[in-house]
Design a protein around this ligand. Structure first.
Ligand code: SAH
Length: 356
């Protein structure tokens, strides 16, 4: 089969075999990418129409016990100015976000032991009790099953944990020896089993990535069937071992967004901040490639330039209100509508049970 036929097969059957994924990924051309984007927009339409879901991202700590080679807040970066938001600061971000129409709050951070399970549970409970109609998403890394279960019981609805790469050797090139792909994948399976809407994903263009490793990523997603997939370009950070590595490719990121949408028509797929950082109008172009989620930053202004995973992070300097106004306008300009909605995955009920 040629690449155009492979694309058609993917759009119809939502799955491919390893060698087919590899050929489709390696065979990217501008024409093929345009066709993939067109088909991806068609695929999202019956489930999400022209809606854009927004998530309020609260980067509540940049302390991290891990040492991922790509990440600017890795523990060996002595130059990172570390911060933690207080409980009151976090709740005030939610308050501001709620007024602006956010119905999902994403608590993201490094793996910071100061935030014990009890503290995370208390936060989740408090947010859900003050704003019962919101969804709470956690993105705080690898934990024990008992911790994940406690977070779920405290009311957390979703969990983002990118697998980063589904190739063992590649995983080891990106991470220190104590972190393993096997453990990360087990965490993802546990999260799904506990009824979280679960997000996996990877960076595009991370050092050592090839069409073969990307094919493994697609096969892993095909098997896991996560409710959310986070994909953004790798962007170097000057204080990491990957400082001199080239950034990922924006066009390839857009193409992979389209392929993920075709594989999983109901998936929640953000146009990421990293994509917006790399490409002018990156988030709008992400929507046109099949994405349906944007995650504006609700963190207080004075800590935003400290949560630096990579250099030149998109940072309008705008207050949250101003940036949401811009987002609504720029999405409207391309025919999409930012909505005030929890924005659950079309494939699950709100209590986490699958409908299909
Ligand atoms: N500590 C949490 C949250 C990580 S930050 C966790 O382990 O899941 C969220 C994502 O940012 C990471 O999963 C990674 O894919 C991405 N990221 C980190 N450094 C990056 C870089 N230099 N360029 C692009 N994306 C990066």
């Amino acid at each position: 089969m040629n690449t155009a036929q492979l694309l058609e097969k993917l759009a119809e059957s939502h799955r491919l075999q390893s060698s087919e994924w590899e050929a489709l990924i390696a065979g990217q051309t501008p024409e093929l990418a345009e066709e993939a984007a067109r088909l991806a927009r068609l695929a999202r339409e019956p489930f999400y129409g022209k809606k854009v879901f927004i998530r309020g991202l609260i980067e509540f700590t940049n302390f991290c016990r891990n040492d991922c080679l790509y990440c600017g807040i890795r523990r060996s970066n002595r130059n990172a100015a570390r911060y933690r938001l207080t409980r009151e600061q976090i709740l005030s971000c939610c308050e501001i976000g709620w007024e602006l129409g956010f119905r999902t709050f994403v608590l993201q951070g490094g793996e910071d032991p100061w935030f014990t399970d009890e503290k995370i549970c208390e936060l989740a409970r408090e947010i859900k009790s003050r704003w019962p109609q919101c969804a709470v998403t956690l993105s705080i890394g690898e934990k024990e099953e008992t911790s994940y279960r406690a977070f779920r019981e405290a009311g957390a609805d979703r969990y983002l944990l990118r697998h980063e790469t589904a190739d063992t050797d590649h995983y080891q090139r990106l991470h220190p020896p104590e972190l393993t792909l096997e453990h990360r994948m087990n965490c993802l399976r546990t999260l799904k089993r506990l009824g979280f809407q679960t997000g996996a994903g990877f960076m595009v263009g991370s050092p050592g990535q090839t069409p073969q490793t990307l094919a493994k990523d697609m096969l892993f997603l095909q098997e896991l069937q996560p409710e959310m997939v986070g994909i953004g370009p790798f962007l170097p950070h000057h204080d990491t071992p990957f400082a001199k590595e080239p950034a990922g490719n924006g066009e390839q990121t857009l193409y992979l967004l389209s392929l993920v949408r075709l594989m999983m028509p109901q998936v929640l797929l953000p146009a990421t901040t990293a994509l917006g950082t790399l490409l002018p109008n990156g988030r709008e172009r992400g929507m046109l490639a099949g994405a349906n989620v944007v995650m504006p930053n609700l963190s207080p202004g004075d800590v935003r330039d400290k949560y630096l995973l990579y250099d030149n992070k998109l940072h309008s300097g705008d207050e949250a209100a101003e940036s949401v106004r811009h987002l609504r306008a720029s999405m409207a300009a391309i025919g999409y509508e930012v909505v005030t909605d929890r924005g659950d995955c079309a494939a699950v009920c709100k209590d986490g049970r699958e409908t299909t």
